[in-house]
Design a protein. Structure first.
Length: 297
């Protein structure tokens, strides 16, 4: 929303933030209309309208959109054939664990939004799909695949839950990947426009998380400790980016994201409180004695 480049002279200017708020206003207005189709396309329409207004207001540089190739196929192994080094493998393993953690959280959030049960099998299949595509992505010069929270927000905002729509969207993305001109066009969209639309997307992800957390029984102190500690740990790298600066690189990679920090703490604490026999047995006898006493009276 502030402009995307903290070195630019207009970083955080009134114009940039106003353009972002204008885009946000368009999203809100479109969602107030009775037509369901327009509400579902509110994010896309707001980005198009915001970009058009930004162009007439002097924002963005679209002069490079028409330059260069319009159609281009990817070069296989554009960066050379793969090499295998232990240090690089360990570093990528840590990154992979972070991505798998984020993917797991996104799958759970989508399941909650669409109202379907998310079990271990579904999570495993989702992670496998992520890792399978990640194994082939470098062949075409791409990066590892990751389930982004913006997509979770789109499901929540549009209300579109059909897997066939998702598959069609994937096919469209493949076609767009062969059109460099589309990449240049998207890159020319002013950052404040994307920031204004992203405010709704990321907010919807947070709202979905709040809705999920509201289902937890907080009378159990263990659940309260798990949620409180995990959320607090996730806020640390967001509030202070230098918190882990003096730790090894693998620690910084693992905990630099608020999402990964929260997930890691939540999983470890859940294992500690709810799956380790020593902790479960410490409370069970007391509960049994209470029940037996009441039955005797």
């Amino acid at each position: 929303m502030m402009g995307g480049n903290d070195k630019a002279p207009d970083w955080g200017s009134v114009e940039n933030i106003s353009l972002a708020l204008l885009t946000l206003g368009i999203v809100i207005v479109l969602n107030m209309l009775p037509q369901a189709s327009i509400r579902r396309l509110s994010i896309l329409l707001a980005i198009v309208a915001g970009t058009t207004l930004a162009y007439f207001m002097g924002f963005g540089d679209f002069s490079q959109v028409s330059s260069g190739a319009w159609l281009q196929f990817p070069h296989l192994f554009a960066f050379g054939l793969p090499t295998f080094e232990l240090s690089a493998i360990l570093s990528m393993l840590i990154v992979t664990l972070v991505i798998m953690t984020e993917t797991t959280a996104d799958i759970i959030a989508v399941g909650d939004i669409v109202g379907t049960e998310v079990d271990a099998k579904r999570i495993a299949n989702g992670v496998r799909a992520d890792m399978f595509s990640s194994a082939f992505a470098p062949i075409f010069g791409s990066f590892m695949q990751s389930a982004f929270a913006q997509n979770v927000g789109l499901v929540a905002i549009t209300g579109i839950k059909s897997r066939f729509v998702v598959a069609a969207g994937g096919f469209i993305l493949i076609v767009l990947g062969l059109l460099p001109i589309m990449g240049r066009l998207i890159a020319a969209i002013p950052m404040p426009v994307l920031g204004g639309a992203g405010l709704v997307l990321f907010g919807s992800v947070a709202a979905s998380g709040i809705r999920t957390l509201a289902k937890i029984n907080y009378t159990d102190q263990k659940n309260l400790i798990i949620v409180a500690t995990a959320l607090s740990a996730g806020m640390i790298p967001i509030i202070n980016h230098e918190f882990y600066a003096h730790f090894p690189v693998w620690v910084q990679t693992l905990f630099h994201s608020g999402i990964s920090s929260t997930c890691i703490f939540a999983i470890l604490l859940n294992l500690l409180f709810n799956h380790f026999p020593s902790f479960r047995s410490s409370t069970t006898p007391h509960l049994n004695r209470t029940v037996n006493t009441r039955n005797t009276h």
